[in-house]
Design a protein around this ligand. Structure first.
Ligand code: ADP
Ligand code: ZN
Ligand code: ZN
Length: 757
């Protein structure tokens, strides 16, 4: 027998329900179980400075999720492909690059060449206290005397005595250092002399300034009570329930009541939100009810922090009874779930785009609920067509709240015709006369204003008026966006950036102009039009830093800002009390987006942004600027006609065979050689037609057909509801095997996206 070297885990870190759930995800979303594992389990490896890092082949990833330093590293890896940790340190000019590497590892953008597995180490904090011999005042006096030649040591001893307050409790070394204004070296000497005793105490990495729980404070109104009843009724029938409540109807309060019942029965509750809705606002609200019973699982947490939450859920610590998190919280080791809430269930960001598993967190949550025999509630003011359809067909239960809480009226929505305003010369920059009037009035009343433009940067296109040339990304098939603040052109797909020259790079003329506009330009125009107003901007560029997002929200909340300009980040889960006016700068780019979900999305986005207006007694005002004021969707938004929108969209989806009446699998072929992708896609498309006939669309190039020097071509497969999903996937598997055997297509990547969004 050999000696036990190390005990890996006190408890198994993955339980049987998780395994079953992950297998389902792998099967349904057509990826390997390993890919699900990699995404699910935080990689709590400790990197050591000798570790080699190698760049992965991953060409497409969510640029939005990268911080500036991460970009630098990714860029360096594109030229170098293998880097040492020290090299990376030099590139970003930082000593500690581990957080960067952890982030990139998590996203599978880099991989480790040599891995050093280490147990996740709990965080140990150093404490000291006076040795037992010195606890009485007399002995202390003797000690202080003996230290009269070492004033610094004497000071430490005195401070420690005061901090201990006459008893023997250990004090944090960092606190002692502060109060005695001395260095750790002095403390170390005292420990070595045996005057101080040293302790290491394990502490939590994630600390909340949480308030004490204050349940019972909520009194639901009649509409909320009705909804709660309907939800519970649906649960009794074993159904997932859709909670359809208009913006500011108080859905959160209904969730709180459900969570309360859940934890009273001794079970765990999971509250899923899209990443951007995970604000301190909402977390604070939940903590004010549940106090320390709430844990948060956030992608901005580092790996150690996430492991801590993981372990707390695993051993069912009381502080992890309710977990609120973004989609990855679905993978936590719950053994005893009693409720899953998916809030803002219509949000596309619940679907993971890259890397695999390309799972939908909402749909996976419904499956997880089944495995735990736990009820699931999906909530939204603007449900996805899929979920509303499921409610209509009786697959899901349905509950609704049609009124805002506290007799607050739905905002008054007005459409402004930009074409007419231009003809009458009433536009100033991108502001119509009506919008300027309303802003003036709101500011005059001391109200705040939100302006929405779904594009960041200054302008999406720079164009030479002499020769028509416009700068393109060298790696992607898109125009570079102009960011005025840094006078830069940037690619929003790969992060490529360069300075804007003053003259055209093709013909040399000094005749550059911009086309289209983003949040930066709106902000700049505001400085001219409303020079006294304090303007803030909330988009990816201003929120990249860890607390950037919170800072802007807090500033607006505390009315340090009068006007907030932003992208769709503005729409989610924010509850501002003093917003009198919401302006939508241009609704058309949303409506014209080339996708079958464009109209549904526009309705959702516009309704959600509009919902930020007038959350108190005074009715809020919303202005939507558009070239197309007769557009059906805009009418439906302005009359809050969700069901009209639903009926019309469903009719179209039935006519043209799109979800929810069929399922769609998108197959993307990808390679850096254009011809290779093209030929391979043709072959694949033809083989698919052999099995699936007219249900195959494409192959087609997507609107941006080259990203990071990789060409992309898509094939869509529509699967009618009477066709077996398993058989379908088996057929695709067969085609894939033949495909892999063809040597000329070697290296072409196949990406499956089931239920693509
Ligand atoms: P939703 O999530 O449906 O948009 P919220 O839950 O944010 O709506 O509620 C809107 C506002 O109304 C919040 O400020 C909330 O505190 C308040 N509110 C809703 N229901 C109640 C209630 N039962 N008691 C007290 N305040 C409530
Ligand atoms: Zn030119
Ligand atoms: Zn690019």
């Amino acid at each position: 027998a050999k000696e036990i070297h190390q005990i890996l885990d006190e408890y198994p870190i993955v339980n049987p329900i998780q395994l079953e759930h992950w297998s389902w995800i792998a099967g349904y979303y057509m990826c390997s179980l390993g890919e699900v594992f990699r995404s699910a389990v935080p990689s709590a490896f400790l990197l050591e400075s000798e570790t080699l890092i190698i760049g992965n082949e991953r060409a497409v990833f969510d640029e939005n999720s990268l911080l500036d330093d991460d970009f630098l590293v990714v860029e360096a890896l594109q030229n170098q492909s293998v880097l040492k940790v020290q090299d990376i340190s030099a590139i970003v000019d930082k000593k500690n690059v581990l957080p960067i590497l952890h982030r990139l590892l998590e996203k599978n953008i880099i991989v480790l060449k040599e891995e050093i597995y280490e147990q996740y180490r709990p965080k140990m904090v150093r404490y000291v206290r006076l040795g037992n011999d010195y606890s009485s005042e007399e002995n202390l006096a003797v000690l202080l005397d003996s230290l009269s030649r070492a004033p610094k040591q004497r000071q430490v001893v005195l401070s420690l005595f005061q901090l201990q307050g006459g008893n023997s409790k250990p004090i944090k070394v960092s606190d002692l250092e502060k109060s005695s204004s001395s260095s750790s070296a002095v403390i170390k000497v005292l420990v070595e002399k045996g005057i101080l005793e040293e302790y290491f105490i394990q502490t939590d990495r994630v600390v909340y300034e949480g308030e004490k729980g204050n349940l019972g404070a909520i009194q639901l109104n009649g509409f909320q009570e009705m909804a709660l009843k309907d939800i519970n009724h649906g649960f009794e029938e074993g159904k997932t329930v859709l909670l359809h409540g208009v913006t500011s109807s108080g859905k959160t309060e209904v969730y709180v009541k459900l969570l309360e019942a859940c934890i009273q029965s001794g079970k765990q509750g999971l509250y899923l939100l899209p990443e951007i809705a995970l604000t301190t606002q909402l977390i604070g609200r939940l903590q004010s009810y549940f106090g320390e019973k709430v844990s948060v699982y956030h992608s901005k947490y580092n790996i150690q922090e996430r492991v801590e939450v993981w372990n707390n859920v695993l051993v069912q610590k009381p502080k992890a009874q309710i977990v609120i998190g973004a989609r990855s919280a679905l993978f936590l080791p719950f053994s005893n779930l009693g409720l899953i809430i998916v809030d803002e269930e219509h949000e596309g960001s619940f679907k993971q785009y890259d890397p695999a598993p390309r799972y939908h967190a909402r749909d996976s949550a419904v499956v997880l609920g089944k495995l735990h025999q736990s009820p699931v509630v999906l909530g939204s003011a603007t449900p996805s067509i899929e979920s509303f359809y499921n409610a209509q067909t009786g697959k899901y239960g349905y509950a609704s709240i049609a009124r805002r809480y506290g007799n607050v009226l739905m905002p008054d929505i007005e459409l402004v015709d930009i074409k007419e305003q231009t003809r009458k010369k009433r536009m100033q920059g991108h502001f119509s006369e009506r919008l300027r009037e309303e802003i003036t009035e709101a500011l005059g009343n001391g109200e705040q204003v939100i302006l929405f433009q779904n594009r960041r940067g200054y302008a999406p296109i720079v164009e030479c008026t002499t020769c028509g040339h416009s700068p393109q990304c060298p790696n992607c098939d898109v125009s570079l966006t102009y960011h005025q603040f840094k006078k830069q052109l940037r690619c929003h797909y790969c992060g490529h950036q360069k300075l804007l020259q003053e003259n055209c790079e093709a013909c040399g003329s000094f005749t550059l102009d911009t086309k289209g506009f983003g949040t930066e330009q709106v902000e700049q125009e505001l400085h001219t039009l409303f020079s006294k107003a304090k303007v803030g901007r909330m988009d990816l560029d201003t929120t990249r830093k860890k607390h950037g997002y919170e800072k802007i929200i807090t500033a607006f909340e505390q009315q340090e800002l009068d006007i907030l300009v932003g992208t769709q980040m503005l729409t989610k889960g924010l509850d501002f009390r003093n917003v009198g006016l919401v302006g939508i700068m241009n609704a058309d780019s949303l409506l014209n987006f080339p996708d079958f979900r464009a109209h549904e999305r526009s309705f959702q986005l516009l309704t959600q942004v509009a919902g930020r207006a007038g959350r108190t007694e005074k009715r809020g005002k919303v202005l939507i600027q558009t070239y197309n004021p007769y557009h059906q969707i805009l009418k439906q938004v302005s009359t809050n006609d969700y069901e009209g929108m639903f009926r019309e969209q469903l009719y179209e989806r039935e006519q043209y065979h799109y979800p929810p009446v069929v399922k769609i699998i998108k197959i993307t072929l990808k390679h850096k050689d254009f011809n290779k992708v093209n030929d391979a896609a043709t072959w694949f498309g033809q083989s698919m037609r052999g099995y699936f006939k007219d249900n195959v669309l494409g192959p087609e190039f997507p609107p941006v057909s080259r990203i990071r020097n990789q060409y992309l071509k898509n094939i869509l497969l529509k699967i009618p509801s009477n066709q077996s999903l398993i058989k379908t996937k088996n057929c695709i598997g067969k085609i894939e095997r033949s495909f892999n055997a063809i040597s000329q297509y070697k290296g072409v990547r196949l990406i499956y996206n089931v239920d693509y969004i």
